[in-house]
Design a binder for this molecule. Structure first.
Ligand code: GDG
Length: 506
């Protein structure tokens, strides 16, 4: 399904219903840049300085998935305004039309105090719920003061949603673990509104979940939804089992529903995807060849083979495991020395949390160590770029690489795997994919690997680099068939159609 198909499918159904998306992440961030008279950049303003406000799209799977949907359907996206130029670029109530260069929908920014952001976003969301839901052996941190901010911020966002849907039929589509309590708050004030939520990360088994001090509050909040979606049936099963063990609720295994306090919540799998048309713009031919040549020159890799990873610098993505596997691969297969380069693109993220800073340090040290161990004059085995890349650069990297490695220790879905496949209109390139990424379920023609097992990982790298062109092409064709046939618009149409069915039943 394309964006136009989604508009056709949903426009009629949503005609008299307002769509409101709630997500921590905003789809467009405005940043202030201060330029001194002599052209240098500074952050403290002085007289005579020029302030420019630029906007960009943040690196996020969620934004990648939902912005095309909102551009297609219209409505309002409620999000945390965290950019240095957000306040100035919004109206007094925090609204701004987006995309800024071609407005299609409204962004309503909620501005938070530093302690609120600290407790709700860094504390509960990313230092408690994120490690709790990912089995990546990082211990969750639970602070009562963070929890108080989480409750307050959920309440603030719920109030803004209620303002946005006042006097109108509405479908409220809540994103992720930052808003486990909001559905109940909205539902209590507006029982007629359809509230649905998509949980973009895995749901753990009940044993892992039961250490959460606020488990009843979180589950009660989520059961305020009419519809709750996860990427995989497996995550839905974990959720139902968790509710069964924790709450006074009736589980209907036939319809995958929970009945609690007289309200029904349907639990459904909706594997998320991407918009292939944003990745397959360059057809094989002259432009492609030029782009690849320019990318190779920029990376200074000569004519060596490229193995590549593109990730947010998150400990669930298995980046150190990938580097260690590459180290072992070079040790075992010295014939590949000077013939291959691992390009690792790491976009900094959540760097106010110690564990993320530690990870960044660990990756930097590992890269240095491995390069020192194997490198030789004229060959640096690992090229590490710790910075945000533009979407155009990411696409060029996908097209230039021989092997794309996604080695998540645990991942709800993983969109990089799907983007890489979508970008390969030449039907070349090999995808090496962790068994523990949700995407592994659909992308069975990828070479699958257990990232916790360095020997197996090193062997799979060797298999990927040694794969013959016919087999690589057969696999890539099949992967492309899967990804291009199940787009983010199919995902959105399925969730929103199910939400509309709930609305029709009212
Ligand atoms: C969650 C779940 C689920 C990365 N670096 C740059 C950049 N990226 C983009 C990639 C991709 C996205 O970020 C990352 O996708 P993931 O799927 O790995 O997402 P998470 O952020 O962990 O998100 C995940 C997803 O939600 C959707 O439900 O798949 O399992 O954890 O789009 O391209 N983009 C740009 N520059 C970078 O440097 N432009």
């Amino acid at each position: 399904m394309t964006s136009a198909d989604l508009v056709r499918t949903m426009a009629d159904r949503l005609r008299d219903t307002k769509l409101v998306v709630v997500a921590n992440r905003q789809p467009y961030v405005h940043e202030k840049h201060v330029t001194e008279r002599n052209g240098f950049r500074r952050w403290v303003l002085r007289q005579g300085d020029k302030v420019r406000i630029n906007w960009k799209q943040p690196a996020s799977g969620l934004v990648t998935a939902l912005d095309p949907v909102m551009r297609a359907c219209g409505g309002t996206w409620v999000a945390h305004g965290n950019g240095s130029g957000d306040l100035e670029s919004s109206d007094p109530s925090g609204r701004v039309a987006v995309p800024p260069d071609k407005p299609k929908y409204s962004l309503r920014r909620v501005f938070l105090k530093q302690q609120e952001e600290s407790g709700y976003y860094y504390g509960v969301s990313n230092n408690a719920l994120w490690p709790l839901c990912h089995i990546a052996y990082a211990r969750p941190v639970f602070n009562q003061s963070d929890w108080r901010h989480y409750v307050e911020v959920n309440r603030r966002f719920a109030d803004v949603v209620l303002e946005e849907i006042a006097g109108t039929r509405a479908i409220v589509f809540v994103q992720d673990y930052h808003y486990a309590l909001l559905p109940r708050f909205v539902k209590a004030a507006r029982p007629d509104a359809v509230v649905c939520q998509f949980w973009h990360i895995p749901w753990p088994n009940p044993e892992a979940f039961r250490i959460l001090p606020w488990q009843s509050e979180v589950l009660d909040g989520l059961l305020g939804n009419d519809l709750l979606g996860f990427h995989l049936q497996y995550h839905c099963n974990n959720f139902l089992e968790t509710v069964d063990r924790t709450m006074e609720a009736r589980i209907d295994q036939e319809t995958f529903s929970v009945y609690c306090r007289g309200h029904r919540t349907a639990i459904r799998p909706y594997p998320i995807s991407i918009d292939p048309s944003t990745w397959n713009g360059t057809p094989p031919g002259t432009a492609w060849t030029k782009e690849v040549a320019a990318t190779r020159r920029r990376l200074d890799v000569g004519d060596r083979r490229i193995v590549m990873g593109v990730d947010r610098l998150d400990y669930t993505k298995g980046i150190p495991d990938r580097l260690l596997a590459f180290d072992r691969f070079l040790e075992r297969y010295p014939e590949w020395r000077n013939r291959v380069v691992l390009v690792q693109v790491g976009s900094p993220t959540r760097d106010r949390i110690d564990r993320y800073r530690d990870l960044s340090r660990e990756i930097g040290e590992l890269v240095e160590k491995i390069n020192a161990r194997h490198g030789m004059p004229g060959w640096i085995p690992i090229v590490y770029r710790r910075e945000y890349h533009t979407p155009k650069d990411v696409a060029a990297l996908y097209r230039s690489t021989d092997v794309c490695v996604v080695s998540s220790l645990h991942d709800g879905m993983n969109l990089v795997a799907k983007e890489f496949v979508a970008a390969r209109t030449d039907n070349r390139g090999v995808l090496l994919l962790s068994k523990f990424a949700g995407a592994a379920k659909e992308l069975s023609d990828a070479l699958q690997v257990n990232p916790f097992a360095p020997d197996e990982f090193a062997e799979t790298l060797h298999a990927a680099l040694s794969m013959g062109p016919a087999e690589a092409e057969r696999r890539m064709r099949s992967l492309r068939h899967q990804v291009c046939g199940h787009t983010v618009f199919d995902w959105a149409a399925r969730v929103l159609s199910d939400a509309c069915k709930v609305a029709d039943g009212r």
